[in-house]
Design a protein around this ligand. Structure first.
Ligand code: COA
Length: 149
């Protein structure tokens, strides 16, 4: 199995829509629209293309050539601009195969390098044990409310 992170391109629109409409939303932010429309995908792909390497890094998680998830580190605002916030989602059939752990490893390297960050944080619902575990396996430590790397 190959696990790669690819920059999003406009040709990923269908895969992005399929991902966002199918992903398990139990622990995801309400910011992700549902249903996820072509207009949502076009807006997001444009935002990512414009801001990548500046305000964040956004990547498709690609397993054996297929887009199975999304992962990003976004620069925080104001006095916290040297801090990045990580987020990710993977289609349920691909869980528990080490994909999340490897994707977090890769995106942290990209984010530290491209955004010159001092720190990356992850905000995880306490019940989301798989997500907390993925961060722990990448060296994040539990803070008061956040996972810190
Ligand atoms: C969180 C998520 C990305 C994990 O991806 P993944 O590819 O399944 O992660 P991995 O296979 O690399 O590792 C999962 C780890 O969690 C563990 N795990 C899975 N389910 C668990 C559970 N219910 N309780 C405790 N541990 C659990 C696995 O055993 C594994 O740890 P191990 O290697 O020590 O055995 C995936 O579940 C997901 O997309 N969830 C929905 C979106 C989401 O929650 N995003 C994060 C928001 S903060």
């Amino acid at each position: 199995m190959t696990i790669d992170l690819h920059k999003w391109i406009s040709a990923d629109r269908e895969a992005l829509m399929a991902l966002c409409n199918a992903v398990d939303r139990t622990y995801l932010s309400d910011r992700l629209p549902y249903p996820y429309t072509e207009a949502d995908a076009d807006w997001w792909l444009g935002m990512v293309t414009e801001n990548d390497g500046k305000e964040g890094v956004w990547r498709a998680i690609v397993v054996d050539g297929q887009v199975v998830g999304s992962i990003s580190v976004e620069r925080m605002a104001n006095e916290n601009r040297s801090v990045g916030s990580i987020g990710y989602m993977i289609l349920t059939p691909f869980w528990s195969q080490g994909i999340g752990t490897e994707a977090v490893r890769q995106i942290c390297g990209i984010a530290f390098r491209e955004l010159a960050l001092e720190r990356i944080i992850g905000e995880v619902f306490p019940e989301n044990l798989a997500s907390a575990r993925v961060l722990e396996k990448n060296g994040f430590r539990m803070g008061n409310t956040q996972m810190l790397n």
